[in-house]
Design a binder for this molecule. Structure first.
Ligand code: PHE
Length: 560
């Protein structure tokens, strides 16, 4: 600050010009770092992510204060829980992580050949209700029941090297997730989130259209309409003549429309025969405007423009769970107890007591509950009624995915699609092409990634039925090979995942309960993506973990 004040004074002293630097220093003094940062953003100097100061706890933090690192029990070995244990471990906290599932990672789930995937019989049943239903089903003879029973646990039969990111699968470049990849030595590679060579398809179309073609036509027609409206004077109340000229100039480039402002197609649509020794053969004239409007492209074009979905995006090499492996190894596997269910959470005057299925109750100084809120709300204990009500507020969202393994990479050889996503209005929503192992022998597509009612509809089916339905839909885009080249598949309905019971949990409103749960309830802290404005991102889990670690550490340093 002293340095800054001097700089500010001397610069203002030199003729009083408000340079960028003196402006920033002035704000830094008057408005604190936040105001300075905001102003830097306006001037284009600040990084995109307004980095929240985070300094991990260190062993030396305790040295002069005569405090000792506390004992902390962490509920849940998902990304949030593991990150809490990892960060606290940097200062030597004695962490124990309890995980109800038989594997770590939570929703960060990568499936490979030999992996088993159990599912709950009914997404809306609590563990107790699900059990009752199972007993009834076992008592009923009938092929339908038998099939449902059989399908309850799937085994992934993928070949060597093939994997399926059944949960998170893409990371935006501004997300803290990448900082953890760097720190943990998890190698990353590009994730292709947007590929003009992929298709768009909706039920009104006779055949799929390449995204590049659909976009070129949409941009072309939009430009034509807007240019003609501008020239007809329809926008005269909004635009000066200079504005009009600038807009027309923009539209001619944006839509590739000629001087007459008639969109008549463009090379951007793609070619029927690519150029080589011979000239390329164009695709031909665009379909009529009303047909192109009927594609319903708004979402398709808008989605990859979103701040959290824009290219370039990234994925860990070899599977998303490399992040989980990195965290769990750093924490120490001996500190993590899988297949251990939490039965009761009790705040005591000077600590916490956690009853669990793995042996005698654990006493600790603090607890961090990093479970899905709707699951946590059901666990008995003495949490305040207002806290429990707040935990019940975020609503679990249904999400489903299927991984389809193919014996050949026909999307690369036949369709020339290297990564990216085909958007549809079918109940599969999307088809994702892999962003890795290009030109490999086999490969895996995501045959659906759907939410809400579509996810529930697939969820109700047996795995074999889900596969059949997804393949029938995909054949509308890719034809016979979509069926004939298929070798195996695994599907997930996140509502039916034991101890998770949802793709993510969304707040109907951020007022009230959200704020309450940012603070500890006695000695119990809460962590998870659901406690951030990054719901459904690992970055949310990591930001929340850091926030809780900072709060807890400050308390330990102060109060012991
Ligand atoms: N992170 C998830 C995904 O990228 C869910 C999500 C989708 C979150 C879109 C925000 C926006 O698919």
């Amino acid at each position: 600050m002293v340095e800054g004040e001097d700089g500010g004074r001397s610069e203002r002293g030199d003729g009083g010009s408000l340079t960028r630097r003196s402006l920033l220093v002035g704000l830094g003094v008057a408005g604190g770092a936040g105001a300075m940062y905001a102003a830097m953003g306006v001037l284009g100097l600040a990084p995109d992510r307004q980095e929240r100061d985070y300094t991990p706890p260190q062993r030396s933090d305790f040295a002069l204060r005569g405090r000792a690192a506390a004992k902390v029990v962490i509920l849940g070995a998902g990304v949030a829980g593991l990150a809490v244990a990892y960060e606290l471990g940097k200062a030597g906290y004695d962490c124990t992580v309890l995980e109800a599932r038989d594997r770590v990672g939570g929703r960060n789930l990568t499936l490979r050949g030999g992996d088993l995937l159990p599912e709950l019989p009914d997404p809306l049943a609590s563990s107790g209700g699900g059990g009752a239903r199972q007993v009834r089903a076992q008592g009923t003879a009938g092929t339908r029941e038998a099939r449902t029973q059989e399908a309850r646990t799937q085994e992934a039969r993928f070949g060597e090297g093939v994997y399926f990111n059944a949960g998170p699968a893409r990371i935006a470049q501004w997300m803290v997730t990448l900082d953890y990849c760097r720190e943990l030595g998890v190698p990353i590679e590009l994730f292709v989130n947007d590929n003009p060579s992929a298709y768009v398809f909706n039920r009104r179309m006779e055949a799929p259209v390449r995204a590049r073609t659909a976009r070129a036509d949409m941009y072309g027609y939009i430009s034509e309409l807007l240019a003609k409206a501008t020239n007809a004077g329809a926008l005269d109340r909004r635009l000066t003549s200079g504005d009009k000229a600038a807009l027309l100039d923009f539209l001619s480039g944006f839509g590739d429309i000629g001087g007459s402002y008639d969109y008549a197609g463009s090379d951007r649509r793609g070619l029927r025969v690519n150029p080589g020794i011979e000239e390329g053969v164009p695709l031909g004239a665009p379909p009529p405007l009303s047909e192109v409007l009927g594609y319903g492209l708004g979402r398709t074009i808008g989605f990859p423009l979103a701040y959290d979905q824009a290219m370039p995006m990234f994925q860990p090499v070899g599977g998303m769970d490399a992040i989980v492996t990195g965290l769990a190894d750093a924490v120490g596997r001996d500190r993590i107890h899988t297949s251990t269910e939490v039965n009761k959470i009790t705040n005591l005057a000077d600590g916490v007591e956690i009853e669990h299925s793995g042996g005698s109750a654990i006493r600790a100084d603090y607890c961090v509950a990093a479970l899905p809120p709707h699951v946590l709300a059901r666990i008995p204990g003495n949490l305040d009624a207002r806290v429990v009500a707040a935990l019940r507020s975020p609503q679990p969202v249904s999400a489903g995915k299927i991984g389809l393994e193919y014996r050949s990479r026909w999307w690369e050889t036949d369709d020339r699609i290297y990564g990216g996503i085909t958007e549809t209005d079918l109940d599969i929503s999307h088809i994702w092409y892999p962003s890795h192992d290009f030109h490999g022998r086999r490969g895996l597509l995501v045959g659906y990634y759907n939410l809400g009612a579509d996810a529930d509809a697939y969820g109700r089916l047996t795995h074999a039925e889900r596969q059949k339905r997804a393949v029938t839909q995909g054949m509308k885009i890719h034809g016979e090979k979509y069926r004939t080249e298929l070798v195996s598949s695994v599907s997930i309905d996140w509502r039916r995942q034991p101890h998770i019971e949802g793709g993510w949990a969304a707040w109907p409103s951020y007022e009230g309960g959200f704020g309450l749960l940012q603070r500890p309830a006695g000695r119990v802290y809460f962590a998870g993506d659901w406690l951030t404005h990054l719901v459904a991102w690992q970055a949310g889990a990591l930001e929340s973990a850091r926030n809780v670690v900072a709060q807890l550490h400050e308390r330990v340093i102060k109060d012991g």
